[in-house]
Design a protein. Structure first.
Lengths: 266, 345
C-alpha cells in the first residue's frame, strides 16, 4: 500500500535532524555540566562539586545583580502587561477602525526594529533626560524593558481574546451588564490564563536581555546578564556557568508554565 | 460592500403574543432579532417597545432578553450564577436574586442542577438554563434565536410544549426565530414569513397555511402544488372568491388573492390534502399518472396535469383497499370548494 508523503522517509532527514539538535543542545549541556566542575577550567573536567554555585551565592556582586534583575523583570512585566491588556482589547473587541494594521505594526515594533537600534536610540534620549533631570535610577531600565516586553505580553493575550466566544459578552450585555461590568465578570475571568502567559513570556524576555540593558544602564546597575558579560571580559571561571544554569532553570520553568497556560481551555 | 440584510420590514407584535419569524437561512430573521436586542444597528428605521425608542438605548438598557442559538452560557459560573446574572446586573438585593433564581430553577425543573458548572449538564438542560437566565429579569420581550435547533427530535418536541407552557405561565411576549415551519405552525400565535430581507406575509398559522399570499410562502410552508390557470373575475372584496378557468377548460371557484391581481394567467396553490383522484370525466383537472410511491400509511400519486404542471396527491391507504391506478393511466383531480388559492405574484 502506498504511504502518504512523510518527510521522515526522505534520505538524510534523520541525520540532519540529529545534527541540528546536537548543535542546539550540546553547548547548553556542556555549560550545565561544567558549572559543576571542581577545577577552574571551562574545558578540563576535574570532578564534581557545588563550589561555583557556593561562590556565586557568596559573591555580593552576583547577589545585587540578581536582585536588580528580578526587580527589573517584575516591574517591566507589570508595566508591559498593564499596557498589553487594553491594547489587545482595543484590537480585538472594538469595531474595525482605520489604521488598525498600522497600530498592530506599532505594537509589535520591538519585534521588527533591530534591538541595537532601539538601544542606541534609548541611550541618546535617556542621556538627555539624565542630564536635564539628574535622575539616574532604575526607572530608565524599567521603562526600556517594559517597552520591548509589550509585544511578548500582547501576543498571548490577543490570542486568548480571539479564541473566546464573543457571544458571551453579548449575552452579558443582554443581561443588563454595562461594558465595564461585562469586562470584569465575563471577559476578565476567562482572560486570566492569557494574561499570565503573556506576563511570563515578558518576564523571561526581560530577564535575559543584554543589548538594551548594556546601553541604558547607569554605572553600578549591572543585571545578571550584563554582569556575566563583564566577567567574561576578565577571568572566566565556571561561576559564570553556574549563574547561567540558574537563569536557564528559571526560563525553562517559565516557558513550560507558559505552554500549559496557553493550552488551558476556556 | 453594500448589502441590505433587512429592508421595508414593518411588524407590530402584540402584548403577550408568541410571535414567530420564519424563513430560510439568510432571510434576515436573526438580523432582525439582533436589531431588537441591540447587537446590530440599522441604517434607518425605528424600533419601539411600549412607546420606548429602543434604538436610542444600548443593549444593556433594553428590557429585552435573548436566548442565544448557542445558549452562550457563562462557562466559569454555575447554573444558579448564570440564572442570577441579569438580576445581579440590575443591582437587585441578594435575597431577591436568590428567591427568583430558585423560582426559575423550579420553573425549568433544574433545581437539582443549581450548583453544577454549565459544562457538566446536557444540551437540553443547557437550553433550559439559557431560558431561565433570560426569563429571570422578567423582560418585556423574550427573543429566542432558533433555540431548539441543536436538540434532537424528541427533545425538540418536548421543548416546544415547554416553551408554550413557559410563555403562558410568565405572560411575557416571545419573539421566536426559526427556519422550521412545523415548529412555527405548532407554537405561534402569529407568524411572519420572511425571505431575502423582507416580510412576505404575517398572520396566524392557519391563515398562513390555508391562504398563502404568494408562491414563496406557499412553497416554504407545507407541501403545495402549483398549477397554471386563467383569472376571470374576483367576486367581492377582501376574503372573497375568484373565478378561474383551469387548464382543462373548466371554470372553478377558488380563494381570491390577498392583493390586486390583473385578470389573465395566474398561479393556483393547492395543498395535496385538498384534492383527490376521480374518474377523468369528473375531474376539474385532468392528467396522466407519472409515478406511484407507496409510503405505508399513504400512497403518493404524481400526476402531470394537462398544461404540464406536476401535481402530487396523498391518498391515505385503507385496509383491504387496492389502488388500481398504474403509471400512464389518465385520471381526473377533484378539488374542494374554495381550496385553491390564487397567488399574488
Amino acid at each position: 500500500m502506498a504511504k502518504a508523503f512523510d518527510v521522515r522517509h526522505q534520505t538524510g532527514f534523520a541525520g540532519i535532524a540529529m545534527a541540528c539538535f546536537v548543535l542546539l543542545y550540546l553547548p547548553i549541556v556542556l555549560l550545565v555540566v561544567y558549572s559543576f566542575n571542581s577545577g577552574m577550567s571551562l574545558a578540563v573536567w576535574e570532578g564534581f562539586s557545588w563550589r561555583w554555585y557556593a561562590s556565586a551565592w557568596d559573591n555580593d556582586q552576583v547577589r545585587s545583580a540578581t536582585m536588580r534583575s528580578l526587580v527589573l523583570a517584575l516591574s517591566a512585566t507589570a508595566l508591559a502587561t498593564a499596557c498589553a491588556v487594553p491594547a489587545a482589547l482595543a484590537m480585538s473587541r472594538a469595531r474595525r477602525f482605520k489604521g488598525q494594521g498600522l497600530i498592530f505594526a506599532m505594537i509589535n515594533q520591538p519585534l521588527m526594529v533591530p534591538e541595537i537600534v532601539t538601544a542606541v536610540a534609548l541611550l541618546i534620549v535617556f542621556a538627555a533626560v539624565k542630564v536635564a533631570t539628574g535622575y539616574t535610577g532604575m526607572g530608565f531600565l524599567i521603562l526600556a524593558h517594559a517597552a520591548f516586553c509589550i509585544p511578548f505580553a500582547y501576543m498571548p493575550i490577543k490570542a486568548r481574546l480571539e479564541g473566546m466566544d464573543k457571544q458571551l459578552e453579548q449575552a452579558g450585555q443582554d443581561l443588563y451588564g454595562t461594558p465595564w461590568r461585562v469586562f470584569r465578570r465575563i471577559t476578565l475571568p476567562q482572560l486570566w490564563p492569557g494574561i499570565l502567559a503573556g506576563a511570563m513570556l515578558a518576564f523571561v524576555i526581560s530577564l535575559d536581555d543584554v543589548v538594551i540593558t548594556e546601553f541604558v544602564k547607569s554605572a553600578g546597575q549591572d543585571t545578571l546578564p550584563t554582569y556575566m558579560l563583564g566577567q567574561l571580559r576578565r577571568v572566566v571561571t565556571p561561576e559564570v556557568n553556574a549563574i547561567a544554569t540558574m537563569l536557564l532553570a528559571i526560563s525553562v520553568v517559565m516557558v513550560v508554565a507558559f505552554f500549559f497556560l496557553s493550552k488551558t481551555k476556556k | 460592500m453594500d448589502f441590505t440584510a433587512l429592508g421595508g420590514v414593518s411588524i407590530t407584535v402584540k402584548d403577550n403574543e408568541f410571535f414567530t419569524l420564519l424563513g430560510p437561512s439568510g432571510c434576515g430573521k436573526t438580523t432582525l432579532l439582533r436589531v431588537i436586542a441591540g447587537f446590530e444597528y440599522p441604517t434607518s428605521g425605528s424600533v419601539h417597545l411600549d412607546g420606548m425608542d429602543l434604538l436610542s438605548l444600548p443593549p444593556y438598557r433594553r428590557p429585552v432578553n435573548t436566548v442565544f442559538q448557542s445558549y452562550a452560557l457563562f462557562p466559569h459560573m454555575t447554573v444558579a450564577e448564570n440564572i442570577g446574572f441579569g438580576l445581579e446586573m440590575l443591582n437587585r438585593p441578594k435575597k431577591e436574586v436568590r428567591k427568583t433564581v430558585d423560582e426559575m430553577l423550579d420553573l425549568v425543573r433544574m433545581t437539582e442542577m443549581a450548583d453544577r458548572k454549565t459544562s457538566e449538564i446536557s444540551g437540553g438542560q443547557q437550553q433550559r438554563v439559557a431560558l431561565a437566565r433570560a426569563l429571570a429579569p422578567r423582560p418585556k420581550v423574550l427573543l429566542l434565536d432558533e433555540p431548539l435547533s441543536a436538540l434532537d427530535y424528541k427533545l425538540r418536541k418536548d421543548m416546544q410544549l415547554e416553551l408554550k407552557r413557559l410563555q403562558a405561565e410568565t405572560g411575557i411576549t416571545f419573539i421566536f426565530v426559526t427556519h422550521d415551519q412545523e415548529e412555527a405552525l405548532t407554537m405561534s400565535d402569529r407568524i411572519a414569513v420572511m425571505n431575502a430581507g423582507s416580510v412576505r406575509q404575517i398572520g396566524p398559522p392557519r391563515e398562513i397555511y390555508d391562504h398563502p399570499a404568494e408562491r414563496f410562502v406557499a412553497d416554504f410552508i407545507g407541501e403545495t402544488n402549483f398549477v397554471g390557470a386563467e383569472l376571470l373575475e374576483i367576486e367581492g372584496e377582501g376574503e372573497g372568491f375568484a373565478r378561474v378557468r383551469l387548464s382543462s377548460g373548466i371554470e372553478a371557484h377558488v380563494q381570491a388573492p390577498s392583493g390586486p391581481v390583473a385578470n389573465g394567467p395566474v398561479t393556483l396553490a393547492i395543498r395535496p390534502e385538498h384534492a383527490w383522484l376521480v374518474e377523468e370525466a369528473q375531474g376539474l383537472l385532468k392528467g396522466k399518472v407519472e409515478n406511484v410511491v407507496y409510503f405505508g400509511t399513504d400512497t403518493h400519486f404524481h400526476v402531470i396535469v394537462d398544461g404540464g404542471d406536476l401535481f402530487v396527491l396523498r391518498h391515505q391507504n385503507q385496509p383491504g383497499q387496492m389502488q388500481h391506478l398504474a403509471v400512464g393511466d389518465r385520471v381526473g383531480l377533484q378539488i374542494g370548494r374554495g381550496a385553491g388559492q390564487v397567488l399574488r405574484d
